[in-house]
Design a protein around this ligand. Structure first.
Ligand code: NCD
Ligand code: ZN
Ligand code: ZN
Length: 439
């Protein structure tokens, strides 16, 4: 499983703490300590660099099968590695839908063959994401892909009876239902957040209550059946309040926020640039403050990218005709650093929790999100928090150009990413030749 190559990360700061030296060999963390050395190892000067467990994304759209013009498993996972990820969960809204053991195994296998990160397919909750019949959840759980996260993401499981049955069903294999919380009737034709800006622009609004009503219903359903619920891309102040209340009652719910909802607002719609059209929509500054506070105090468990690549044809058109979604794998850590670390709201230990440990736990991925300790799998990322870069989507590994950060100067760069001790990224560049699968 390992390349046989060894790496000596000299004078790195695990979790941004005291400097030490870390040796990676045989796919694991082989030694840690200020005096550690190894003459055969490739030495990386880690002064000023922060070492974190490899990032885990619970919410990525890789588009394959079906929309390889927007992204492939190979391009999307290379983007993930460049963003510091070692594992991603690939959402089920592909064509065909990831609603059978056959399709999730295909995605899992393509991810393994690409070799950039571990790909964990998400299984659809309902057949074809149509919200009518439960998909074969058990068969997907038992397949080689070992699916534990189920979601109709892109669509809401809006039938409460189906949602209840899904929550009950996944208990048998310790699965979780990840809900895209969008009340369909309240969001018909919705184009952006419903508020002052949508009124001024004359665009149909997506009210906060359309998200909050589903979250409120689902936490009560989860409590009723004693199951695990995960809320995708939570975006409003009211949603944070509901999750806080649910957790105080002991309900087994977790929630995610995207990088873009931590930093961007609905004001960006004023330019009618569809790059900023996303589901759920960018909200107000008050919501941004609330999700930051919720992430800092643990109400929101994780940051997930909701990386949603779209072709130029699907995005370079008038606002109303454009697809919802923005890319995020290659900028996620920078946005979290800027909004949460550089502002003093979180430490790097907190970042490891929200971008690695907690998503691995929610997705039941056992060999990622582990502590940086001797004997643990060497799934790691090395970050230079002092570096800055201007985002140019044309230079990114993702096939799609719909980054909302185009032209923006962001802090923090990924220096290296290691998957089971093999460098997938070195010096901020992907190690293309090294990505030979050894399983
Ligand atoms: N987030 C988006 O705006 N779009 C996602 C679907 C989704 O996450 O709901 C997509 O698949 O493009
Ligand atoms: Zn969604
Ligand atoms: Zn999504």
């Amino acid at each position: 499983m390992s390349t046989g190559r060894k790496y000596l990360l000299r004078d790195v700061a695990p979790y941004g703490g005291d400097r030490t030296t870390v040796l990676l060999a045989d796919g694991v963390v082989a030694a840690i300590g200020p005096e550690v050395s190894d003459d055969d190892a490739t030495v990386i000067d880690g002064r000023g660099l922060v070492l974190l467990p490899g990032l885990v994304d619970l919410h990525t759209h890789l588009r394959e099968p079906g929309r390889e013009d927007a992204e492939t498993i190979r391009t999307g996972t290379r983007a993930a590695a460049l963003g510091g990820f070692t594992a991603v969960h690939a959402m089920a809204n592909t064509t065909p839908t990831q609603d059978t053991a056959g399709v999730v195994e295909q995605v899992w296998r393509l991810g393994r063959d690409a070799g950039w990160v571990d790909v964990h397919p998400v299984g659809a909750v309902t057949v074809g994401l149509e919200g009518e019949r439960l998909a074969e959840l058990g068969a997907m759980a038992e397949s080689r892909a070992q699916v534990r996260v189920f979601s109709d993401d892109g669509k809401c499981v809006h039938d409460p009876v189906l949602m209840r049955r899904a929550l009950e069903y996944v208990k048998a294999f310790d699965g979780v239902v990840a809900q895209h919380a969008q009340e369909p009737r309240l969001t018909e034709n919705a184009q952006m957040h419903e508020g002052v800006v949508s009124a001024e622009l004359g665009l149909a609004g997506w009210p906060a209550v359309a998200e909050e009503a589903i979250i409120a219903r689902d936490v009560l359903l989860a409590e009723h059946v004693g199951s695990r619920l995960h809320v995708c891309h939570l975006s409003t102040a009211g949603s944070v309040e509901i999750i806080r209340w649910a957790k105080s009652r002991g309900i087994d719910v977790t929630a995610e926020v995207t990088p873009h909802h931590l930093i961007l607002t609905d004001e960006l719609a004023r330019g009618y640039d569809p790059t900023f059209k996303v589901n759920p929509p960018l909200r107000t500054q008050r919501d941004v403050e609330a999700v930051r506070a919720g992430l800092a105090d643990g109400t929101i468990d994780i940051v997930a990218t909701d990386h949603a690549p779209h072709t130029r044809e699907d995005k370079d058109c008038e606002w109303a005709a454009a697809a919802f979604g923005m890319t995020g794998l290659e900028t996620a850590l920078s946005v979290v650093q800027e909004t949460m670390v550089d502002t003093g709201r979180m430490t790097w230990t907190d970042v490891a929790r929200v971008l690695s440990e907690a998503p691995a736990r929610i997705g039941r991925v056992s060999d990622h999100g582990r502590p940086i300790a001797v004997g643990e799998p060497a799934n790691l990322v090395l970050v230079d928090p002092a570096a800055r870069r201007v985002i140019n989507p044309e230079e990114q590994a993702t096939k799609s150009g719909n980054s909302p950060f185009r032209g923006r100067d962001l802090s923090g760069c990924i220096v290296a990413t290691f998957l089971r001790g093999r460098a997938t990224v070195l010096d901020g560049t992907s190690c293309d030749e090294d990505v030979v699968v050894r399983w």
